[in-house]
Structure formats: structure tokens, C-alpha cells
Design a protein around this ligand. Structure first.
Ligand SMILES: Cc1cc2nc3c(=O)[nH]c(=O)nc-3n(C[C@H](O)[C@H](O)[C@H](O)COP(=O)(O)OP(=O)(O)OC[C@H]3O[C@@H](n4cnc5c(N)ncnc54)[C@H](O)[C@@H]3O)c2cc1C
Length: 453
């Protein structure tokens, strides 16, 4: 093995956002990193069947953008050069909240990039592919993770190549970025080891997405827009973001039986039925491009690997394999990138140990907990507003709901609280920063006022 390396070979299952970020994160520490992807990958920003969500609107929030730029220093510039649309944040994102109106247009000095999911992935793939010791093989489906007889020590993977041949590849580390975590769960089950508990929130969310040519008379006071529903009475939401190619991508959402239509008249009617007319007015004369893409997201799932007492050595699940968030909050790609950055930090810190991979999974699960828990909890409260949402409500649910409502009202009027709230929502800071005594005083005053109204 080359001097200074932790291992000879690492294998990453899946070339989605988690797999690419993880491959970049570990590349310094292995002689070779091989990413195996079941789909055929091209050099174009195209949706693909292995990541069916790639036809839907995706937003990369600040926390993920920064993590990807930390892993791949040219990421942001290359995304911009490829046509992503810069948006001043949060000022150019019109954020419409029922009963409160839209947030004042403030500028915190951050840029968000409007880009399709296939473009974000292609740019990330190009960054990864530039690393000399990293290769990506497409049309290779991993059939199983191989391990010692008792399953506690991973030895590599067995996969089927594009030619239909089965191959076995030895690896010091296997990263499962397959999205559903099936290879990891398969190994645990087949070797009689405990599988993680799952926390499930039944959100029953439906998306319909289409694109429009951005008209010449597009509004100038916003570039992207989120129109939130008046919950729990209604669940219709609208989210529109400019993407590369001078187009708007519009996703209409509904929950719990309400499904945005996928034919032109029904779609436009649904848009007209949002809480405000802002989106409808913007698109009513715009030229639609392409068809309607539907996506159903019945549940959010968090696999509690962090609660297992033992886990096979040489194996690490990451990204959606650990937690599939409710997509409406735009967290999954960013959490995956932040997990990958954490993995790099852990390997950097362990590189000089005699057995750097021993206990890696336990350290990763414990340290990545905060990266998952914060966005999960942030999503759980608004999801639970709907009484039909399945899952365990937090004990202090009603109080949290009221508190969050008051916090939102404070943020409307106070730029520094707005900034703090946006930093938490954009996964730049932990929610604990909102427990600042000055913020709490303002929120308590607002709660008092709300009770009097
Ligand atoms: C409708 C929708 C909208 C979303 N919107 C946003 C958003 O706005 N912002 C955001 O940050 N996130 C969003 N997400 C979440 C985001 O897409 C994922 O969280 C993120 O891409 C990380 O996924 P992943 O790489 O872990 O898994 P995936 O994207 O599922 O990738 C897994 C990859 O592994 C491959 N694979 C699977 N099994 C095998 C195998 N056996 N062998 C080889 N390859 C295999 C698959 O083909 C695929 O390429 C959204 C999700 C959905 C469903």
C-alpha cells in the first residue's frame, strides 16, 4: 500500500449526489476509489431512471453548496459557468406565507444557484472524475456486499458489469450511497445482524412539475418563489425556480389525497388555486416546455444506524441510505454533502492511527447525528400540522408550533432574527442558535401579543 494511505481500494455504491460527494471525500486516503453505478451515465445533464427524482425541482441550499465547494473547490464556479442562475439570498427568493405575506427582500450576501438536479449532479460528477485515483463505472449493479462468514468484516462487493458478467472486487471500505440502503440491509439480514430501527413520517406528498420558457416580462422583484399553503386547512403549494436554459421549473404540491393534476388545464387551475396569484400571474402567458412529471413521496424515513450496538467494519451507509427527508424542504443533497465532508474530516483525523478504519462507522454515525437530526426535526413540525400525517408527534408539538409561528413573525420585522432563521433553514447553523436569549425575548413578546389578538 502506498505510504500515507489508509487502504488500497474503496468502493462507493451509487453515483448520485451522496456517492459522488463521498467518493471525493475519501479519495485522498485510498490508492483507488471506484464508484459503481447501475445507470448508464452520459456527459449530459439528463434525468436518469436510477434517480427518478431527477425530473423534479431541486434546490441546493447554502449548507450543501458550501460542503460541496469544500470537497470540490471548483464546484460553484463550474456550476455557474454551466448556466446555473445566481439568486441573491434571501432577497430574490419570494417567500410567501399565509396570513403573514411575503418576507421583506433582504440581502445576506449569499448566492443560491438555480440549476436542475441533472446539472448539479453532472457538475459534481465532473469534479469527482478529475481526481486521478477515482473512477466511475456506469452500468454496474452491485448485487451484494461481501463479508467474513459472520458478516462483521466487509471484504468488498459482488457486482454485475455492463457486459452482464459478475465480478467480485475486494475493498477496504465500501460506502453504500445506493439511496435505499438495500445492499447494507441485505448484508445485515443475511448475516443475522440487527438492522436499524426506522422512524417514519407518513407525509403522503405529491409533486407535479413542468417547465416554462421564462417570459420577457418576468417579474423583476423576484427570481424564485415559494408559495406555502395555509395548513392544515389546505395543502396546495407552489415552488418555482429559474434553471439553466432560461426556464422556470414549477412544482405544484399537494398532500394527503390532494394531487396536482398532470394535464394543462387542471395544472393551471391548480396554480390559480394557490394561496396567492403570484405564480399563476407569472406563468399564465408563459410558454410551457415539455410535459408534466409526477412524483409521489409517501413517507420520510430515518434509519437509526446511530442506535445500533455493532456494525460491520469496512462499511458505511451515507445520504438517503440513512435518511430520506421530505423533499419539499430541499435538504437531502445538502445533508449528503455535509455527511461526506464529515467523513473526510474523520479520515483526515484517523489517517495516522494504526487501524484507521476500526470504529469508523460508529464515529460517523455519532458525529453525523446532528447533521440529520436538525433538518429532520425542522421538517417534522410543519409536516405534523396535518392531523392525518402518520408518525409520532413530539410531546411539545403544540408549543413548538406556536413558538415557530411567533418566530416567523419576529423574523419578518427583525433583519437579524431573519438572518439567523435563514442560516438555520439553509443548514448553515444548528437550530440551537435560535435559543439565544435576545431572540427568545422577542419571541415571547410576540407570543404574548398573539394570545391577545
Ligand atoms: C421529489 C424529490 C425532490 C427533491 N428535491 C430536493 C431538493 O430540492 N433539494 C435537495 O437537497 N434534495 C432534494 N431531494 C433529495 C435528493 O434527491 C437526495 O436526498 C440526494 O440526491 C441524495 O441522494 P443519494 O445520493 O443518497 O441517493 P440517490 O439519489 O437515490 O442515488 C442513489 C444512486 O445509487 C444508484 N444505485 C442504487 N442501487 C445500486 C446498486 N445496487 N448498484 C449500483 N448503483 C446503485 C442509483 O442508480 C442512484 O444513482 C429530493 C428528492 C425527491 C424524491
Amino acid at each position: 500500500m502506498a505510504v500515507g494511505k489508509i487502504g488500497k481500494q474503496a468502493v462507493v455504491i451509487g453515483a448520485g449526489m451522496a456517492g459522488l460527494a463521498a467518493a471525493g471525500a475519501i479519495a485522498d486516503h485510498f490508492e483507488n476509489v471506484l464508484v459503481l453505478e447501475r445507470d448508464r451515465l452520459t456527459n449530459q445533464a439528463m434525468p436518469r431512471s436510477g434517480a427518478p427524482q431527477s425530473r423534479q425541482l431541486h434546490v441546493l441550499v447554502q449548507g450543501g453548496q458550501r460542503a460541496l465547494t469544500d470537497l470540490f473547490p471548483h464546484f460553484e464556479q463550474d456550476l455557474l459557468n454551466a448556466g446555473a442562475v445566481p439568486l441573491r439570498m434571501p432577497g430574490e427568493l419570494r417567500f410567501e406565507i399565509p396570513r403573514l405575506g411575503s418576507f421583506p427582500s433582504r440581502d445576506f450576501g449569499w448566492l443560491l444557484y438555480g440549476a436542475s438536479r441533472p446539472l448539479v449532479e453532472l457538475i459534481t460528477r465532473r469534479q469527482a472524475a478529475r481526481l486521478a485515483n477515482l473512477s466511475i463505472r456506469s452500468q454496474c449493479r452491485v448485487l451484494e456486499i461481501t463479508a467474513s462468514l459472520d458478516g462483521t468484516m466487509v471484504t468488498g462487493v459482488r457486482f454485475e458489469s455492463a457486459a452482464g458478467r459478475q465480478e467480485i472486487l475486494a475493498a477496504d471500505l465500501v460506502v453504500d450511497a445506493s439511496g435505499r440502503g438495500a445492499p447494507t440491509l441485505g448484508l445485515l439480514r443475511s448475516s443475522g445482524q440487527p438492522v436499524p430501527d426506522e422512524i417514519v413520517i407518513g407525509v403522503d406528498l405529491h409533486y407535479t412539475t413542468t417547465t416554462f420558457v421564462m417570459p420577457e416580462d418576468a417579474p423583476t422583484d423576484w427570481k424564485a418563489i415559494a408559495t406555502h399553503p395555509q395548513a392544515p386547512e389546505r395543502s396546495r403549494g407552489g415552488y418555482m425556480v429559474p434553471n439553466e436554459g432560461n426556464r422556470w421549473v414549477l412544482t405544484l404540491t399537494g398532500r394527503l389525497g390532494e394531487r396536482p393534476p398532470s394535464e394543462p388545464d387542471g395544472f393551471m387551475d391548480y396554480a390559480r388555486g394557490l394561496e396567492t396569484q403570484t405564480i399563476y400571474n407569472a406563468i399564465k402567458h408563459a410558454e410551457r416546455q415539455g410535459g408534466f412529471e409526477r412524483y409521489a413521496n409517501p413517507v420520510s424515513v430515518w434509519r437509526r444506524f446511530d442506535r445500533l450496538n455493532s456494525f460491520p467494519e469496512g462499511l458505511l451507509p451515507i445520504g438517503d441510505s440513512i435518511c430520506r427527508f421530505n423533499p419539499i424542504y430541499g435538504q437531502g443533497m445538502s445533508v449528503a454533502a455535509q455527511e461526506a465532508r464529515l467523513l473526510k474530516q474523520l479520515l483526515d483525523g484517523r489517517a495516522t492511527k494504526s487501524d484507521p478504519l476500526a470504529g469508523l462507522a460508529a464515529a460517523f454515525f455519532s458525529e453525523s447525528l446532528a447533521l440529520v437530526e436538525a433538518p429532520w426535526n425542522m421538517a417534522a413540525v410543519p409536516d405534523m400540522i396535518y392531523p392525518e400525517t402518520r408518525g409520532e408527534r413530539p410531546a411539545d408539538f403544540e408549543d413548538r408550533l406556536k413558538y415557530d409561528g411567533a418566530l416567523m413573525r419576529v423574523a419578518m420585522n427583525d433583519a437579524s432574527v431573519h438572518r439567523l432563521l435563514a442560516e438555520v433553514q439553509q443548514l448553515l447553523k444548528p437550530p440551537s442558535v435560535l435559543q439565544d436569549p435576545d431572540v427568545d425575548r422577542l419571541v415571547q413578546r410576540e407570543l404574548f401579543q398573539m394570545a391577545a389578538e
